[in-house]
Design a protein around this ligand. Sequence first.
Ligand code: PMP
Ligand code: GLN
Length: 385
Amino acid sequence: MISFSDSVTSKLPNTATSIFAVMSQLANEHGAVNLSQGFPDFDVSPVLIELVAKYMREGYNQYAPMPGLLPLREAIAEKTSELYGAEYDPDTEITVTAGATQAIYAAISAFIRDEDEVIIFEPAYDSYMPAVKLNGGVPITSRLKGPEFKIDWDEVRRLMCNRTKMIIINSPHNPTGSVLSSEDLLQLEKLVKNTNIIILSDEVYEHIVFDGKRHESVCRYPGLAERSLICCSFGKTFHATGWKTGYIVAPSALMKEVRKTHQFMVFCTNTPVQYAIAEFLKNGNGHGGLGLFFQAKRDFFLKEIEGSRFTFTPTAGTYFQLLNYEAISDETEMDFAGYLVKEHKIAGVPVSSFYNKGHNGNYIRFCFAKSEETLKTAAEILCKI
Ligand code: PMP
Ligand code: GLN
């Protein structure tokens, strides 16, 4: 007899469990230093924790409004205006989401129909491609080329056609740490002029940019802002990735559609955290110093691995550093990452897992959002390999 499970067909036949979950589990199994999955190992501000507890104790435990608490949306509008000089209406142009992951999915599912083409730059954060495919879209990839991992705008021009519905950009970029410049955004602005192309701009690492550079949000560029959905995450800003609280900002015509998908994905997100973040932001606790904080982490880590056989270009943003192992091994990235965990007790992420059809550039991604002690231990291991 054929069992029911034999009749189950996958909508994502080639998608396996996320590499972040796989590597973190492997790290735990082997007692390895875990620099794979991107999450900080420092504490959330005790003031913010206390605010969440306060709102829970005071009974703010029922559903929040569907687009998010108004005071939080107001605080986001203020922040976006102060930082980027862009004005968004909290009523109609800002929605609080369950992390940036849900913001991205809500945005893609609101606009992508069967056969719509979406340009994605590889290596790409893992959630973009499945979200496009689940909505019937067709991912069209353009590769960033190491060691700088810049966008080839001429190639983008060649890939664009009347089926192109969306272009997804991500700066600062996970996994490579590259940062888009003003010239990049001007190029994009020029390319999409007089088209109906929507830009999805993943800016979750907006506050983690190094060496005096500034974050180029798409909302600084009017020709982009009018067609852009910007996805952000408080997880990165407040060392609270487990709270899964993020948001999306976009002009009202776009946001109207995003809210239609958002309301049937989660309806709203967790209430006491929204109250707490709103108050925390109102009291002047923002992202202050986050870039310098992570720059010091990057510099510490790179100094500690100076004598190793790994080579690198210092990362320009995010809390990830790519290390190249060409001088050590000719194994694939997946095999080499497995070897590092099992034989050397250190976990990183093979960059090949950020490519749809595989790739080998001899890069492993390491997360340096860790205590100096952890980074020192990691560097000692890396120096011996
Ligand atoms: N985009 C990128 C580039 C990320 O690195 C992450 C998380 N690491 C996300 C989106 C998802 O953010 P969140 O955890 O808020 O869902
Ligand atoms: N974004 C984090 C990373 O790149 C992990 C997110 C996740 O585990 N899904 O490592």
